[in-house]
Design a protein around this ligand. Structure first.
Ligand code: GLV
Ligand code: MN
Ligand code: MN
Length: 393
């Protein structure tokens, strides 16, 4: 709901309209474009990704999964194709959770799992999500009604840049996501004792930042023990710190992910217990607020097979690469609503992402678009009898 965010939503809506879709911006800021099937009782295939970004992000994380389907649908329409199901492309308003320290605000609304308590979250300037929405002419009370009816859906396909080096290393343009790693996030606030940097002897200090430093090293050491387990302290701050003051407070973020929820939870438990021991030894207090917990999300086997078949048809390669996603995606929320599948597109520059150097090639996107169009055209026509029953008044 910043000016740039809202301008992006407006532009996406324009592009959806130009592609011939019905398009609107919903109560949480999702940009929704629908290509309605003329077939009576037609169900809907969902696709999309997020249009928000981390600060100083790459160009493609999220946006690729909105723009590519718009182009694909436009091409199919121009070619006179009429699908037996409707296609809904959603540009999710918030997946990264930068402003309100949460995540998946857009996709959770569509999945029917939006937590209304998030409306009271405040940004760094003290503005609540509720007030930010109202100031942008959105109605927070309308968010629950955004939940889709699972019975009307055929599934969800998300296209996303890989954000890692696997496809690049193996010289493949496209891949099929097998599962998305689970994630847990906490905010840790450490309270020590501020004091004069020149007068307090080292053994009498309760330095909150020094405790944070030990906690960061514990995260690194614990998460290095298990392949696939990763832990990151991406935010670290000394509020009101000064060069000549012992840090009396320190805040840090904690993000722990693994392909298995049990591995991730065991690491989180060890890190939180170890942090408590570090705090006790140093005479500082800890406050730990859970921010997010999303389970590892398997992608539906039948969608994986269909994506693999489409990749095979457009690339000519016999065997598609299946790989897990270390990054989180809107598909994790939509999985609570309907079956999900993901198509990964090769990332250039060594696989770097969440960084302005993130890149991909036009040739790979061309192939991904062809695979997406093939996927839509090969998608099975929903059972006619079932369809007839649904269209009866
Ligand atoms: C989203 O980009 C995440 O994986 O944090
Ligand atoms: Mn991202
Ligand atoms: Mn993303």
């Amino acid at each position: 709901m910043t000016p740039v965010h809202r301008a992006t939503a407006a532009l996406l809506r324009e592009w959806m309209l130009e592609a011939g879709l019905d398009a609107h911006i919903d109560a949480i800021g999702n940009v929704v474009g629908r290509w309605r099937s003329a077939r009576p009782g037609a169900k809907t295939l969902l696709t999309g990704s997020h249009y928000d970004t981390v600060i100083d992000a790459g160009r493609y994380d999220g946006r690729l999964g909105i723009l590519l389907p718009i182009v694909a649908v436009q091409q199919l329409r121009l070619a006179g194709v009429a699908l037996p199901f409707s296609v809904e492309i959603i540009g999710f308003s918030d997946e990264e959770g930068v402003r309100f320290q949460t995540a998946f605000l857009g996709s959770s609304a569509v999945a029917g799992s939006f937590d209304a308590a998030h409306l009271d979250r405040r940004d760094a300037a003290g503005i609540s999500l509720r007030d930010a929405l109202i100031a942008a002419n959105h109605d927070p009370d309308a968010i629950p009604a955004l939940a889709r009816d699972a019975a009307q859906l055929l599934g969800y396909l998300e296209v996303h840049i890989e954000q890692g080096p696997v496809l690049l290393t193996e010289d493949r343009a496209l891949g099929v996501v097998s599962a998305i790693n689970g994630c847990v996030r906490h905010r840790v606030a450490i309270s020590g004792e501020a004091g004069h940097a020149g007068t307090v002897p080292m053994d009498l200090r309760h330095d909150a930042a020094a405790a944070a430093a030990e906690i960061i090293l514990l995260v690194e050491q614990r998460c290095a023990q298990v392949p696939g387990l990763v832990g990151t302290v991406g935010q670290l701050g000394v509020p009101n710190g000064a060069v000549n003051v012992i840090p009396g407070a320190c805040e840090l973020s904690l993000d722990i992910r693994a392909p298995s929820d049990a591995v991730r939870d065991a690491a989180a438990a060890d890190i939180l217990a170890g942090s408590a021991r570090i705090a006790a030894r140093r005479g500082v207090a800890l406050r730990i607020d859970p921010l997010l917990k999303v389970p590892a999300t398997p992608c539906a086997l039948n969608l994986q097979a269909r994506i693999a078949a489409s990749i095979g048809r457009v690339t000519g390669s016999a065997e598609a690469r299946h790989l897990p996603s270390g990054a989180g995606h809107d598909a994790m929320q939509i999985a609570g609503l309907t079956e999900v599948g993901m198509l990964f597109v090769r990332c250039g520059h060594g696989g770097i992402s969440h960084h302005p150097a993130e890149t991909l090639s036009a040739e790979d996107v061309e192939l991904a678009t062809a695979a997406f169009m093939d996927f839509l055209q090969q998608f099975p026509i929903p059972d006619a009898a079932d369809n007839q029953a649904r269209s009866d008044p």
